[in-house]
Design a binder for this molecule. Structure first.
Ligand SMILES: [Zn+2]
Length: 189
């Protein structure tokens, strides 16, 4: 496994699982089945549906679960060299398929009005982003130069920003208000 030292982390890439259900262990299994070294994300945020055909459980909605060790390079965004300079977080969900019974995030946080993210997931994601920006000394509203092509990109980005052809719906978030919420939260912690 390739290490990822704290001073190499310049950004955070958000993802969505493209599944209506799951959690850290489920993704770990999926990624191992792909022949990878286990879960490729550094964090997972659950949506209240852990297994296929399980009903929504509010106690499982918005849980933050650690994924791959943050000192190990992730396998979440190969495009433009982003694995080498970022950590990755994945919200469970499939754009257009909201978990039945869950309160959803306000639509201004979602790209294209596709319902999927729960309100509890949104708040957990904001906390996760703020906590990690604090840990790595990152500005939630800042930018840096992407290693693959030198283009200026946001500290908080999503998979589709780096691989729009292959991952156009990952993570289907409207990032400007999310970055602002993370910046506001960072001032409180
Ligand atoms: Zn992705």
């Amino acid at each position: 496994m390739t290490t990822l030292s704290p001073d190499e982390v310049l950004g955070i890439v958000c993802h969505v699982s493209a599944s209506t259900w799951g959690n850290r262990d489920v993704i770990d299994e999926w990624h191992r089945e792909n022949g990878w070294a286990g879960i490729g994300y550094h964090g997972v945020i659950t949506n209240g549906v852990i297994k296929n055909r399980y009903t929504y459980d509010i106690s499982q909605d918005g849980l933050i679960q650690p994924g791959r060790d943050e000192n190990v390079m992730g396998a979440h965004c190969k495009a433009k060299g982003m694995n080498t300079c970022s950590i990755g977080v994945c919200c469970i969900g499939s754009p257009g398929w909201p978990p039945e019974g869950a309160e959803l995030a306000p639509k201004e946080f979602i790209q294209g009005g596709k319902k999927f993210l729960t309100k509890r997931q949104l708040l957990s994601l904001v906390n996760w982003l703020a906590e990690n920006c604090k840990q790595y000394g990152l500005d939630p509203l800042g930018t840096f130069e992407r290693p693959g092509d030198g283009k200026s990109v946001y500290v908080i980005s999503q998979h589709s920003d780096h691989d729009p052809v292959n991952k156009p719906f990952c993570a289907s978030l409207a990032l400007p208000p999310l970055r602002q919420m993370a910046a506001d939260r960072l001032k409180e912690i």
